[in-house]
Write a protein that binds this ligand. Structure first.
Ligand SMILES: [Zn+2]
Length: 497
């Protein structure tokens, strides 16, 4: 008997809403619109709804000290909440946030339990607040409890799963998940994230490609990586290692802010919705009926509803829209993949095999074998130190970190997304995808050819990285040199007060 799809959705989590700043992108509508879209597409018709319930203190303390719960309990007014957030990176709270956070975590726990007990197959927890940035006594980045990391720990400790993989495709580094699970070798953490040579939050070197713990990090050093670029990282690095690791359960931190034209427009990433469907499909092939997704980021409705719908189709083993693979991976991603593969081949046999295939191709084409650069480019020192200084002095900005998209920008972003939906459609203008069972025609030879590391790739890499990293670096330097400048959560005026 085929196992049914499972999901969690509970309107009580919508009560968590920033009451002192309406520019916050992490808002209740995110869950509501995803739920509505999945219903509209009929994707929840035959699914099992797992009831949401609050996590207990015992469950929360798998990842956090009890003192954190006590602190959150003591925040009775909006003012208390905002004051507390002055010492946290990118966090807003309101008095009922704790109840929502308990529900989010409790729901995740029960979704996985239902899966392990074979009451459901794959599933999706449509929850908020998200969790992957929070750890220890540091709730941050819109996250209160480290949902996925806590569930992972509990699953290997209590539910009889020996090896578990976490896949985080949110645009932001899974720093909270990393801090919570890094010493646990039963858990393999995969995170693809904006890094930009260290100029993107959390500005830490550890999120570069060469993690020595049980992680595979795919840092993005340029903007607008597409689904083809990310899928190449899966084909060459992530999946070979995952196959060798042989996880029994896979938890997906599903952040759709890496999607095409999400909140940061051209400064963000460009993964089109079907890409998320393919990723979970690959994971499902590796671990049938054992792939569970949990909502993390994603801020532009037209993007995240589309992505969530395609991901759920992938999780349910349904057909996906056909996409055309590109002949080459962009230079920046190509370099990251080579570097990551080179690094991980020292430890993982399957990564070594893939590296050899690629090196042989280089030789056949009369090109030099790849060797990693002698030094690592890291531009985030000042960023991290200054953030800590500002935070320790309780001078972090608590409002308007990033302006929300203007009406005009929203229209542009909607049109861009609508455009690719139509391009992927057979019948133009009625915006229906062409759903096919074998959506990408890419054999191993084509995959290898995407990775040629030649002069052209190197130049493309340099130009793309510079285009993204330099404005970020300059923005920070300008802020430091100014009297009243701002840079996301930093505000010179506030600091000088
Ligand atoms: Zn994110």
């Amino acid at each position: 008997m085929a196992l049914k799809f499972g999901f969690v959705y509970d309107e009580r989590m919508l009560a968590h809403e920033c009451l002192y700043d309406c520019s916050m992108e992490e808002s209740p509508e995110r869950c509501r619109l995803i739920y509505e879209r999945l219903n509209q597409d009929g994707l929840l018709k035959d699914a099992v709804r797992i009831p949401a319930r609050p996590a207990t203190n015992e469950e929360i303390t798998i990842g956090h000290p009890l003192g954190l719960v006590r602190q959150l309990e003591s925040l009775k007014t909006n003012e208390d909440c905002e004051n507390y957030c002055k010492t946290k990176d990118y966090l807003w709270l309101q008095p009922s946030s704790l109840s929502a956070a308990r529900l989010a975590l409790g729901s995740c726990m029960d979704l996985v339990k239902a899966n392990v007990e074979k009451k459901i197959g794959n599933g999706f927890a449509i929850i908020r607040p998200p969790g992957h940035h929070s750890y220890g006594s540091q709730p941050q980045g819109y996250c209160i409890f480290s949902n996925v990391a806590i569930v992972a720990k509990h699953t290997v400790d209590v539910l009889g799963i020996n090896k578990l993989m976490i896949v985080d495709f949110d645009i932001h580094a899974a720093n909270g998940t990393y801090e919570t699970v890094k010493d646990d070798h039963r858990i393999l953490l995969v995170s693809s994230h904006m890094y930009n040579c260290g100029t993107s939050w959390p500005f830490q070197k550890v999120f570069d490609y060469d993690s020595n713990d049980n992680n595979i990090f795919i840092p993005f050093n340029c903007s607008m990586n597409t689904e083809n670029d990310l899928l190449a990282a899966y084909n060459h690095v992530i999946m070979p290692i995952a196959k060798e690791f042989q996880p029994e359960t896979i938890l997906v931190s599903a952040g759709f802010d890496s999607g095409y034209y999400d909140a940061m427009l051209e400064n963000g990433q460009a993964i089109k919705a079907p890409g998320y469907g393919y990723i979970v499909k690959m994971l499902e092939d590796l671990c049938p009926n054992r792939v569970l997704a949990f909502l993390e980021g994603g801020y532009f409705w037209k993007n995240y509803t589309e992505c969530a719908a395609m991901m759920v189709r992938g999780l349910k083993g349904m057909s996906l829209p056909k996409i055309e693979p590109t002949a080459r991976v962009n230079g920046s991603m190509c370099e990251v993949i080579w570097k990551a593969l080179y690094h991980h081949s020292k430890r993982w046999k399957f990564a070594k095999e893939r590296l050899e295939q690629l090196q042989n191709q280089q030789e056949i084409m009369g090109l030099q074998r790849y060797s990693p650069p002698a030094f690592k480019l890291y531009l985030g020192h000042g960023f991290r130190e200054h953030l800590e200084f500002v935070r320790d002095n309780e001078r972090l900005k608590t409002r308007q970190w990033l302006p929300r998209l203007t009406k005009e920008q929203e229209e542009i972003a909607s049109a861009k997304i609508q455009n690719y939906i139509e391009v992927l459609s057979v019948h133009f203008l009625i915006s229906k995808y062409e759903f096919v069972d074998e959506p990408i025609e890419l054999n191993v030879d084509d995959e290898l050819k995407q990775m040629v590391w030649d002069e052209k790739a190197k130049a493309d890499c340099f130009l793309r990285n510079a285009k993204t990293c330099l404005p970020l670096y300059d923005g920070f330097v300008n802020y430091l040199q100014s009297k009243d400048g701002t840079f996301e959560c930093f505000d010179k005026k506030l600091l000088n007060e």
